[in-house]
Design a protein around this ligand. Structure first.
Ligand code: UDP
Ligand code: MG
Length: 244
């Protein structure tokens, strides 16, 4: 009989640094965003070309879109060598899409951003500046949410506050997945075995130096939300359950 593996001591020390070949990766989950991809790309490119970095990649994850999103993304890869993509066989959901992007990206810093321009690409400059100051997690915190119903705002607020109460992890309120994370955080996420990912919860749990940058959340530029209230609740509750 072989003896069991000894427990890992100093877990964080066991994680090897990935020799990142890019300064920055931007992860963009895509579900039926044909009306947003062109404008998103132009705004992202404008911001990224102006950053004090030498290399970046945009990683699009097509999460089973039924519109022309994939064709548009493929078109971008023809004209821009900084664009890469992953194409899913069907719709798996936002968290799975972002996770695939995190697994595939090679940036030293990684930004997760929605495709519908509710997360303004121009904020990436601020996120990056904070990262340079020494923060491993720089999350974008909503100061306001325009164009969303009272019901959506109220339920979102309650949701984050309840989650903070029932878990021992302090998840910052009014934040989504729009954030910059350092490669060290990406590598730890890759080692976490959760089958049901809840990235904003997991990242809060990981620790290191975390800070918020405030912004005003815009309305969705075009198209419809793929994120229903039911989906949001299911995500958070399932993840919280694993902590008990
Ligand atoms: N998204 C995805 N898979 C889904 C639903 C959404 O990849 O099943 C993407 C979507 O294209 C967008 C981001 O996840 O880039 C956030 O989705 P959405 O804007 O619909 O959510 P909301 O802002 O309404 O919470
Ligand atoms: Mg949205």
């Amino acid at each position: 009989m072989t003896p069991p593996n000894p427990p890992l001591k100093g877990r964080a020390k066991k994680i090897s640094y990935f020799s990142a070949a890019m300064d920055l990766s931007v992860i963009i989950p895509i579900y039926n965003e044909e009306a947003n991809i062109g404008l998103l790309y132009n705004r992202l490119k404008g911001v990224l070309d102006g950053l004090p970095i030498e290399s970046y990649e945009m990683v699009f994850i097509n999460d089973g879109s039924r519109d022309a999103s994939l064709a548009l993304i493929k078109g971008l890869t023809v004209t821009d060598k900084n664009v890469r993509y992953i194409d899913f066989s069907r719709n798996f959901g936002h968290q799975v899409a972002v996770t695939a992007g995190l697994d595939a990206c090679i940036g030293n810093a990684v930004v997760i951003i929605d495709a519908d321009l509710q997360d303004p690409p121009e904020l990436i400059g601020d996120l990056y500046a904070k990262h340079k100051e020494g923060y491993q997690v720089v999350y974008a915190q909503r100061r306001s949410r325009s164009g969303e119903s009272f019901f959506k705002k109220f339920t979102a607020k309650m949701f984050y506050r309840i989650l903070a109460r029932i878990t021992s992890v302090n998840i910052p309120v009014d934040t989504g997945d729009f954030r910059l994370i350092d490669r060290v955080i990406v590598n730890i996420l890759k080692e976490m075995p959760e089958q049901q990912k809840y990235l904003r919860g997991q990242i809060a749990w990981i620790g290191f130096n975390q800070i918020a940058v405030e912004y005003d959340r815009d309305e969705r530029n075009a198209g419809e939300t793929g994120y229903t209230f039911k989906k949001m609740m299911r995500l958070g509750i399932r993840w919280a359950y694993g902590l008990f």
